[in-house]
Design a protein around this ligand. Structure first.
Ligand SMILES: Nc1nc2c(ncn2[C@@H]2O[C@@H]3COP(=O)(O)O[C@H]4[C@@H](O)[C@H](n5cnc6c(=O)[nH]c(N)nc65)O[C@@H]4COP(=O)(O)O[C@H]3[C@H]2O)c(=O)[nH]1
Length: 915
């Protein structure tokens, strides 16, 4: 049995070879190195040596050299089996030194066995070289040394690398230890620090001081703005840590913390200067010596709270284990932040509940809690305001059903609503009459709302009461103001409209009749103007009382403003009784109204419209009642009229005429015609009368009789009259300048004559036109003058003072008080055309005309006869002593230019062209 010596410093290698060789029928002995091998071989010579090369004490090359130099052993074959020296040079050296085979580890077992058997076979056959070639001895030694040196260097490098590895490992352990300590201190700090700001700073300090990091900072995310706000920082802080908030939240992610937050996962970089994503902060990182970083989003319950970033001055600092540790640290920090959030929320909730309690105590509203689980839903809490409002102390009302405040006053609208809310556990708000402890009534605005526990179970009702008595009084006042006419206490326009609406609905349903009466006081304005507003008010109040007194309770009497009253008679069977009521109303004016010391005669005009025939709605009925009222006025006042469709047509016509007048006024389509006034004896033209014409839309000249009465009624006459006055003055002035001295007579309407500013307006016209006052004559009708003689005297005096002449027009048609006539500063009486046209064939008229002329002369007044159409009339007038005449006999009224031509012709043909 062949014996093999296996030489290898590694036991496992020896074991593998031994098992293999024994398995193939060899005996095996083992040596750990060359010295051991030589010793064993010299003691017991083996048949073959299989040796490693790299071994302690004596390596394989040395062993080989000794082996082949040994006279006994040199014939024993030697196989080199190496894992270290495997290059061709190594093999060549081994073979030069006498190795019989060179096998590289690990070889396939069969190959190894085959090689062993081959070498043994060659040895048996004596084909192995017994000696190494001597000539190559020195070269071989040189090569051997070179291989050894190379191996040594390699080995040294390996060892150095190994040492460095060990060093790194030690360093790593140091870092890990530090970070473990930091983590433990972090947890301690989290447990023991109550103030979040201090904690965040402490955590950063621990990470840097204990964890061996260069910088650490924590930023919290503002949920609203999305900005990252630094709350803790420590170490070599770059400027962007503090500038962060405004930079963050939007746009590019420029720093590790933002990247971690933005991407929702850890950011890890062991060479920050190599990360192009951080290019913007590379300078800062370099300046602060920050080389590696780990940043983590701080997350709790899936909510992103902020970010924590840790920086190291060492590149490659964050290996797997360290990263896991700092991640744990970040988790702890997130926990702490979340905890603080919860704690803050808990404290806020506590504070809110405390505040709520204080607010309830301090509320100006009365607040009470009731317990619906107990029978009667008794009061279990009332606040001080409740005590103040009701006058009851808390102790007196605890346990009572809050209904005690209502007392016996159960018949109130809101009570049902409150009871329903309590029964159903819902909310309600009503205004109720309630009673204080002293029995006094107050209006309580009461709102009731259910209070439920976390499980939705009804536990209490909260009742808020508010004393709204003052507001209620104010509302009532407002309502009264809305519904009531302040002066008379009658219904207002609003209330009338409401009542009429109700009346109409009722009448429609039950086929009943309804009447609306409009009452307008005749000449009320004069009372107001002459006696003052106070007197006017007394008059209106008295009239209101009198009308109300003759009507039934359910009729509505309203004042629409001014002197307009409206009576609403609702629910009538038919219109048969309406005239009776109208008459009753007119009769209340039979007795004069006493205003102070004076007794004033008042009359009224009353217009009636009836539902359904005169209108189906309030506005139509009111309009038609008004039309009927105007009808009554025109019919001579102090009367009533039912509305008729004709009235409406009349009213429409008037409206159209009024519109036309206004249009003509705007267009400048007013014209003055002038009619000469001549001396009765001799026919000399001494003046003209200005007579107004208006061109209608079709270009026709309307005579004043068509539009003056309406202009008078609507007040338009003021404008027309003023225009006529100024135009006539200007024209007379031009004639004067042209050599015709003509006194121009201008008509003044009743309304103009009543105007307190009349004298001033006349003065302005004279001044504006440059006409001497002596060339202006104002014609005022007899009825205007006598309407209010006192006032007339004053107005006439003012006009006279200006230097104008005054003529009383239409004289003889009305009733003139001679006493007044004597006192009035007038210049002439104008004898109305109706008498003149009859003088030649009506003895009465002739007598009247003579009488007027005599009267005038006795008062030193001149007379003018108008409407003189015939020579006979003129002769009569001349003989009767009439001073001036005017009529178609001389000329019709004509435009200014025509008059000028007329004058020129007349001058050319002699003064008295008419004879
Ligand atoms: N049948 C007949 N009629 C004659 C004769 N001579 C003159 N008349 C007419 O008699 C009216 C005289 O004017 P009045 O009495 O002041 O009556 C005037 C006057 O009261 C009023 N009126 C005219 N212009 C104005 C004005 O500017 N202001 C005001 N307030 N009223 C004016 O209109 C009334 C009617 O004026 P007119 O239609 O121009 O009618 C004029 C005139 O054309 C005649 O021989 N025979």
């Amino acid at each position: 049995m062949k014996h093999i010596l296996v030489v290898d410093d590694r036991e496992e290698n020896r074991y593998v070879l031994r098992v293999l060789m024994q398995g193939h029928g060899f005996t095996v002995s083992e040596a750990e190195h060359g010295v051991d091998a030589l010793e064993q071989a010299r003691t017991r010579k083996p048949d073959l040596a299989v040796s490693d090369l790299l071994m302690p004490t004596m390596d394989g090359y040395t062993l080989l050299r000794e082996w082949k130099a040994d006279p006994v052993l040199r014939t024993v074959p030697f196989i080199v089996y190496t894992a270290t020296y495997t290059g061709p040079k190594d093999e060549k050296l081994a073979r030069d030194m006498g190795a019989d085979a060179f096998i590289i580890k690990p070889a396939e077992p069969e190959e190894l066995v085959r090689e062993v058997q081959a070498v043994l076979a060659q040895a048996v056959a004596g084909r192995l070289s017994a000696h190494p070639p001597q000539a190559a001895e020195t070269v071989m030694l040189k090569d051997y040394n070179a291989v050894l040196v190379a191996k040594l260097e390699e080995r040294t490098a390996e060892l150095e690398a190994h040492v460095a590895e060990l060093d790194r490992a030690r360093h790593q352990i140091l870092r890990l230890n530090r970070l473990y300590r930091a983590l433990s201190e972090t947890n301690q700090a989290i447990i023991h620090t109550a103030d979040p700001a201090t904690l965040y700073e402490t955590l950063c300090r621990i990470a840097v001081d204990r964890g061996g990091l260069a910088m650490a900072w924590i930023g919290l995310l503002d949920a609203d703005s999305g900005a990252l706000t630094p709350v803790g920082r420590y170490g070599a802080l770059p400027p962007w840590v503090e500038r962060l908030a405004p930079l963050s939240g939007r746009g590019e992610l420029r720093i590790p913390a933002e990247i971690a937050l933005g991407e929702g996962r850890a950011y890890l970089c062991n060479d920050l200067l190599a990360d192009p994503a951080l290019a913007a902060i590379h300078d800062d990182l370099r300046a602060k010596g920050l080389a590696a970083a780990a940043a983590f989003p701080l997350v709790a319950d899936g909510r992103m709270l902020g970010s924590m970033a840790l920086f190291s001055g060492e590149k490659g600092f964050f290996d797997f284990e360290l990263t896991e540790l700092v991640r744990e640290m970040a988790d702890d920090v997130a926990f702490a932040i979340d905890h603080f959030g919860r704690e803050a929320r808990r404290r806020r909730a506590e504070e809110a509940s405390r505040l709520m309690g204080r607010a309830v105590e301090a509320s100006v509203n009365g607040i009470a809690l009731t317990d619906p689980q107990q029978p009667g839903n008794p009061l279990v809490y009332v606040n001080p305001a409740f005590e103040r409002i009701t006058g009851y102390a808390a102790g007196e009302v605890m346990g009572l059903d809050p209904c005690f405040l209502i007392g016996a006053d159960h018949d109130q609208l809101g009570i049902g609503e409150i009871e329903a809310a309590i029964a159903e556990g819902t909310e309600a708000a009503v205004v109720l009459r309630a009673h204080r402890k002293d029995g006094s009534l107050f209006w309580s605005e009461l709102s009731v709302a259910p209070v439920r526990d976390a499980d939705g179970r009804l536990t209490h009702f909260v009742c808020v009461i508010n004393d709204v008595t003052e507001r209620k009084i104010y509302e009532e006042t407002l309502e009264r103001q809305y519904n009531e006419d302040a002066l008379t206490g009658l219904a207002s326009r609003n209330l009338l409209r409401d009542r009429c609406g109700q009346g109409l609905a009722f009448s429609r349903q039950r086929q009943r009749v309804m009447a609306l009466m409009m009452i307008d006081l005749d000449h009320f304005k004069r009372v107001n103007d002459s006696l003052g507003h106070d007197a006017g008010d007394v008059l209106l109040r008295t009239v209101a009382q009198r009308i109300t007194s003759v009507l039934r309770e359910r009729d509505t009497v309203a004042r629409l403003g001014g002197d307009e009253f409206v009576v609403l008679l609702a629910d009538l069977e038919d219109a048969g009784s309406v005239p009776l009521v109208a008459d009753k109303i007119l009769r209340v004016f039979d007795t004069p109204v006493k205003v102070g010391e004076r007794e004033i005669d008042v009359t009224a005009s009353l217009g009636i419209s009836v539902y359904p025939q005169d209108g189906e709605d309030y506005d139509t009925l009111l309009r038609n009642a008004e039309t009927a009222m105007y009808g009554a006025k025109q019919a001579g006042r102090n009367a009533f009229r039912f509305y008729t469709a004709d009235m409406n047509a009349e009213a429409l016509k008037k409206l159209e005429l009024e519109a036309q007048l206004r249009r003509a006024l705007a267009r400048g389509d007013l014209v003055l015609h002038y009619q000469p006034i001549c001396e009765a004896a001799g026919g000399r033209v001494v003046g003209v009368e200005a007579l107004l014409r208006c061109r209608d839309d079709g270009g026709r000249l309307m005579p004043p009789g068509e539009f003056i009465p309406l202009a008078e009624e609507t007040g338009l006459i003021m404008v027309l009259g003023e225009w006529a006055l100024l135009t006539a003055c200007r024209q007379a002035c031009r004639w004067q300048q042209a050599g015709w001295t003509l006194r121009v007579a201008v008509n003044l309407s009743t309304r103009q004559f009543r105007d307190a500013q009349l004298a001033e307006r006349v003065r302005q016209c004279l001044a504006g036109s440059g006409l001497p006052a002596a060339l202006l004559k104002l014609e005022i009708t007899e009825s205007s003058v006598m309407e209010d003689a006192e006032r007339a005297a004053q107005t006439l005096a003012e006009l006279k003072a200006l230097g104008v002449a005054i003529s009383v027009d239409d004289f003889g048609t009305g009733y003139s008080s001679l006493a007044y006539l004597r006192r009035f500063p007038i210049d002439q009486l104008k004898i109305d055309r109706s008498f003149v046209s009859e003088v030649t064939h009506h003895p009465d008229s002739a007598s009247i005309v003579r009488g007027i002329i005599d009267l005038a002369h006795s008062l030193r007044l001149k007379t003018v006869a108008e409407g003189v159409e015939t020579e006979e009339e003129q002769i009569f007038l001349r003989e009767a002593g009439c001073d001036l005449v005017q009529g178609y006999l001389h000329a019709r009224p004509m435009e200014a230019e025509a008059l000028e031509r007329w004058l020129a012709t007349r001058e050319a043909g002699g003064e008295d062209g008419t004879g």
